[in-house]
Design a protein around this ligand. Structure first.
Ligand code: MN
Length: 328
C-alpha cells in the first residue's frame, strides 16, 4: 500500500531507537519516493500549530511512526494529506486514517514489542538488525522476560556474531541523539543508518560515542543521589537539561522493583517532565492526565507527562494516590 503513494511524503517519528529504526525501515522501503523525515520538538508527544500547518500543507502523505499523538493532530494532518500511523502505544483507534496498531486492537503487547517489529512485519521484510534494535530499544534487559523475543534476539546475535551487549550498546548510541537534545541529529540518524553496512558502523560512530560518555556521566551522578521513598513508592526529583527522565525512571524501577515516579524540573522553563513506572496497569492514570488536559501518554506500565509548573504538585499527588490504590 505504501508503495502506491504519490507525491511528497513525510515521516513523523519518535526520537528514540524504535522511532529511528522504524523510520530507517520505511525510508528503505520507499527509497525511490520523494520522502523526508522529522521528529516533533523533543519531549513533545504532540505537534505544535506551526508543525501542523507545515506538514499538512506541504505533503501529500504523512506517516506517523512510534508515536501516539493526539487524535485532533492526526485529523488536522488528514485534512490535506493521506495519513498512516504505525504504532504500538496505548490509545484509541483513529478510524478516519490508516491506523496500524495491533496493540490497541486487542493483540497481546508481548507479541508486538516495538513499532520496528510491526513495521518490518507489515513490509514483509525478513528479520534484520533494525527490527531487532527497535525491540531492544523499548525493552532493554527486560526483553529477557519475553521468552519468544529473547529467543529471536539470541538466535539473531549468534547467527550474526553480535553479542547481546553489543546490540544494547547500539541502542544506547542511537538514543544519545535525543538525550543530548539534538533534534537535527535524531532526524539525520535514519538516513545515516541507510548508508551503513555493518553493525560496527553504529558501534564505532565517533559522535554517538562522545555523546554516550557525557550522558553516562550525568546519569551516574543522578543515580548516586539518595532516593526518597514514600509508602514504598520511589519519588525522585531531578533537575537536568538532558532528556534522560525515562532512562532514570527505568533504571530505578528495574533496580528496586518498586513503583517509581520521577520529576524533572530542568528540561523546560515553564513546564516539568513527569515519568512513572508502575507495577500495575497505567491506563487509568494516563486517562486521568488527559482529562486534566495534560500532555501525556504511555504504555502498559508507563506514564510520561509534560505539565505546566503550576500543575505539577497536584498531578504528582494524583499519581501517588493512584499508585497507593490497591488493584481491584
Ligand atoms: Mn516504541
Amino acid at each position: 500500500m505504501l508503495q502506491e503513494l504519490q507525491g511528497r511524503g513525510i515521516i513523523i517519528h519518535h526520537w528514540d531507537t524504535d522511532g529511528i529504526c522504524s523510520t530507517r525501515l520505511i525510508l528503505k522501503h520507499l527509497k525511490d519516493k520523494d520522502i523526508t523525515n522529522k521528529t516533533p520538538i523533543l519531549g513533545n508527544y504532540f505537534l505544535t500549530e506551526e508543525e501542523l500547518s507545515k506538514y499538512s500543507e506541504n505533503y501529500d502523505y504523512v506517516i506517523v511512526v512510534d508515536m501516539s499523538i493526539p487524535e485532533e493532530n492526526i485529523l488536522c494532518l488528514a485534512k490535506n494529506a493521506k495519513v498512516f500511523i504505525f504504532d504500538h502505544h496505548l490509545g484509541k483507534v483513529i478510524k478516519k486514517v490508516f491506523h496500524h496498531n495491533p496493540v490497541i486492537k486487542g493483540e497481546n503487547p508481548d507479541k508486538y514489542p516495538s513499532t520496528s517489529w510491526i513495521v518490518n512485519d507489515y513490509l514483509g521484510n525478513p528479520l534484520n538488525l533494525y527490527a531487532i534494535l527497535g525491540v531492544l530499544g523499548d525493552h532493554e534487559q527486560k526483553i529477557k522476560n519475553n521468552k519468544e523475543f529473547f529467543k529471536i534476539i539470541t538466535d539473531f546475535s549468534k547467527e550474526n556474531n553480535i553479542s547481546f551487549e553489543e546490540l544494547l550498546k547500539m541502542v544506547y548510541l542511537l538514543d544519545t541523539n535525543y538525550k543530548m537534545r539534538d533534534k537535527k541529529s535524531v532526524e539525520e540518524a535514519p538516513i545515516t543508518l541507510l548508508h551503513f553496512d555493518s553493525p560496527d558502523d553504529i558501534l564505532y560512530n565517533k559522535k554517538w560515542n562522545d555523546n554516550y560518555d557525557k550522558i553516562n556521566k550525568e546519569i551516574k551522578s543522578i543515580l548516586s543521589l539518595k532516593n526518597e521513598e514514600i509508602n514504598g513508592i520511589i519519588f525522585k526529583k531531578i533537575n537536568t537539561p538532558f532528556n534522560i527522565i525515562s532512562t532514570i525512571t527505568r533504571k530505578i524501577s528495574w533496580d528496586t522493583g518498586k513503583n517509581t515516579l520521577v520529576l524533572n524540573t530542568g528540561f523546560f522553563d515553564d513546564k516539568d517532565q513527569i515519568y512513572m513506572r508502575s507495577k500495575k496497569d497505567a491506563t487509568p492514570i494516563i486517562k486521568r492526565g488527559k482529562e486534566l488536559g495534560l500532555k501525556c501518554g504511555g504504555k502498559k506500565e508507563v506514564l510520561g507527562a509534560i505539565v505546566p509548573k503550576e500543575k505539577t504538585e497536584s498531578f504528582i499527588e494524583e499519581i501517588m494516590n493512584f499508585l497507593n490504590q490497591k488493584e481491584k
